[in-house]
Design a protein around this ligand. Structure first.
Ligand code: PLP
Length: 377
């Protein structure tokens, strides 16, 4: 969490603990503060305040958007999404498929780029909603949302984008971006975990996912998480103020890290389109080495990253994103994603550059596939 964000949050768990729906002085003050935060969030993406609905996280925003579309147009039974979405969209689409919806999953090429031809062929008169992420969380690849949205607008089909990875990292302006709904999440931009927002364009039919009280004008029931909402607003304000500088700063560090690892390790590969991607993400495969082993060794030095395979039920499950890109299994299992932020420093990157290559070398020596390659390291 950004220190300024934590500072903004604290009074709302101590003296300003009221409920914004209450008539008394505590409630009224909080109601205004929630309104201010809504305006700060709206400003980050060029929206109007009334178009922002607070949610509990990015997942809730994604689920709400898709659910709202299918509930609003019950006669239409076809959904389009991509094969590389975050589980918040992918698993929700699979859930709807089990309920009888037809779901088209748009593939990507070996650089993680969206297959526009497949998408155009998949569209039909029964399509109720298209949900395509703005940028991928594993590779950072940015999808052509402008182009997709323009096509959908012409055909009058609802368009939702998961912008959890892009909000605060690249400019977003929904005044010109042709999307009907857009999801964001607090913890990706230095706000607390457990707070999110859904943008819903004025005039879009909306059906609430959380049904109960009158909060959020009946669009999302449940007493507001005021401390996190205030913090989220502050984080969006900071992100907007720093947008350009931060992108330049993290891209420079990311490029420095990438170049050094590519130079110092044998047969590395960058996973994902090297041009159309987020400034803060790099996904690198060190073939024939187990990513989990790299993570554990890096962790000993305080270097935190993620791998392209996750441990589920005791087995290493390869990333669905890298699989969809057709990356060989030996490279998927050896893939590491480094994510940088405004707080990343040259010193930290230098440390990673110094520590990671010997780790790869050591692990390759242990690998039954890697022995013959160690000499090159
Ligand atoms: N969508 C994307 C692209 C994400 O990266 C994430 C989280 O990592 C989510 C959705 C889910 O957000 P949350 O963890 O706030 O539910």
């Amino acid at each position: 969490m950004a220190p300024e964000v934590a500072e903004a949050l604290l009074p709302y768990i101590h003296e300003l603990y009221g409920n914004p729906s209450s008539m008394h002085i505590f409630g009224g003050r909080l109601h205004r503060k929630v309104g201010e935060a809504r305006a700060q969030i709206a400003a980050l993406i060029g929206a109007d305040s009334e178009e922002i609905i607070f949610t509990s996280c990015g997942t809730e925003s994604d689920n709400t958007a898709i659910m709202s579309a299918v509930e609003s147009y019950p006669s239409k039974k076809h959904i389009i999404t991509s094969r590389v979405e975050h589980p918040a969209v992918l698993n929700f689409a699979k859930h709807l498929a089990r309920k009888g919806y037809r779901v088209s999953f748009v593939p990507v090429d070996n650089q993680g780029r969206f297959d526009m031809e497949f998408f155009l062929k998949a569209l039909d008169d029964n399509t109720v909603v298209v949900s395509i992420m703005h940028a991928n969380n594993e590779t950072g690849v940015i999808f052509p949302i402008e182009e997709i949205g323009a096509i959908l607008k012409e055909r009058n089909i609802l368009f939702h984008t998961d912008a959890v990875q892009t909000a605060g990292k690249v400019p977003i302006n929904v005044k010109s971006l042709p999307v009907d709904m857009l999801s964001i999440s607090g913890h990706k931009l230095h706000a607390p975990k457990g707070i999110g927002a859904l943008y819903v364009r004025k005039g879009t039919r909306f059906y609430p996912y959380m049904i109960g009280g009158h909060q959020e004008h009946g669009r999302r029931a449940g007493t507001e998480n005021v401390p996190s909402i205030v913090a989220f607003g502050k984080a969006c304000e900071l992100a907007l103020d720093n947008l350009e500088n931060e992108a330049v700063h993290v891209a420079r560090l990311r490029d420095k890290l990438e170049k050094a690892l590519l130079d110092k390790c044998p047969d590395p590969r960058i996973n994902g389109d090297p041009v159309h991607r987020l400034p803060n993400t790099t996904n690198i495969s060190f073939e024939y080495v187990e990513g989990e082993a790299i993570l554990l060794r890096m962790d000993e030095y305080g270097i935190c990253a993620s791998s392209g395979s996750a441990c589920t039920s005791g087995a290493l499950e390869p990333s669905h994103v890298l699989r969809a890109m057709g990356i060989p299994y030996t490279a998927i299992h050896g893939s590491i994603r480094f994510s940088l932020s405004r707080y990343s420093t040259d010193e930290e990157i230098d440390k990673v550059i110094e520590i990671v290559p010997p780790i790869i070398k050591e692990l390759r020596t242990l690998s039954p596939y890697g022995k013959e390659r160690t000499l090159k390291c």
